[in-house]
Design a protein around this ligand. Structure first.
Ligand SMILES: Nc1nc2c(ncn2[C@@H]2O[C@H](COP(=O)(O)OP(=O)(O)OP(=O)(O)O)[C@@H](O)[C@H]2O)c(=O)[nH]1
Length: 248
């Protein structure tokens, strides 16, 4: 029995129909694999350098510094919890400031965080309420053109579920062929019933998409309670090629 918790598997205990269709592969690392992944995020120094550092803020991909590191990006409605999730992932490095705000639309540009010499996390402005006027030229252009982007995490509020704007984002990802994974955020805040209802809708949306660009298993997290974080960090380490996972 792994000591890390997959909130999706916990929820499965309350419903008789499978949340993830049985024919789909489930990301289920061993304890050892999670341990290796976690070390990537928690170790504090690489030689004489800080292991984790804020790289900078950029309006578009063309402004970003040259790098050969793979990138993972965080996309979603304004206020869905993108910056909070990155702050939690970088929790072992309080010297790296990640700004969060109750006010939707706080993040106005692409913020880059470099993790060891392994990969870069890209925090992005949210879409919907108070989104930046240059969203298309900034976020969409980056998503469609970055050759280093290996996975995008599309965040959906577990209490709100998929909105019209999320569906537009899903369509855009599909059309552009950008590989993505859906993450339900703020699971500490929503009732179990709500999370399950919104989770089933997300799984259905992934199915409709045909599984070409969308990973069939959504991840569930809370940046406040830490639920689901270890599994998501392990997945990030896996998609960026930092660790191997048996059976994947
Ligand atoms: N209860 C709860 N609240 C959260 C969680 N994650 C974020 N929040 C709250 O949601 C609000 C928005 O969080 P941010 O991380 O700034 O959201 P964002 O998606 O980066 O927002 P934008 O800058 O508008 O794009 C803040 O008040 C956070 O404290 C969570 O897991 N649980």
């Amino acid at each position: 029995m792994p000591s890390y918790v997959n909130p999706l598997i916990e929820l499965q205990k309350y419903v008789s129909i499978p949340i993830i269709p049985p024919e789909e592969a489930v990301f289920s690392p061993t304890e050892e694999e999670v341990f290796h992944a976690t070390k990537i995020f928690t170790s504090s120094r690489v030689g004489s350098e800080e292991a984790v550092r804020f790289v900078g803020t950029y309006i578009n991909g063309a402004e970003m510094p040259e790098s050969s590191l793979p990138e993972v990006a965080f996309l979603g409605r304004s206020n869905v919890g993108k910056s909070s999730l990155i702050r939690s992932i970088l929790g072992a490095h309080p010297q790296v400031r990640v700004n969060i705000s109750k006010k939707p639309g706080h993040t106005k540009a692409l913020n880059l965080y470099c993790i060891r010499h392994h990969f870069t996390l890209v925090d992005m402005p949210g879409y919907g309420f108070n989104m930046p006027h240059n969203f298309e030229k900034s976020v969409e252009a980056y998503l469609c053109s970055s050759r280093r982007l290996c996975r995008t995490f599309l965040l959906v509020d577990a209490d709100v579920g998929l909105t019209c704007t999320d569906n537009i984002a899903l369509g855009m990802m599909k059309e552009a062929g950008i590989p993505f994974v859906i993450v339900l955020t703020k699971i500490d805040k929503a009732s179990r019933h709500k999370v399950l209802k919104n989770l089933f809708a997300v799984v259905e949306a992934c199915k409709q998409e045909g599984g070409h660009t969308c990973f069939s298993q959504p991840f569930l997290v809370s940046s406040h309670s830490g639920e689901g974080l270890l599994l998501l960090e392990t997945f990030i380490a896996y998609v960026t090629g930092c660790i191997e996972i048996k059976g994947q």
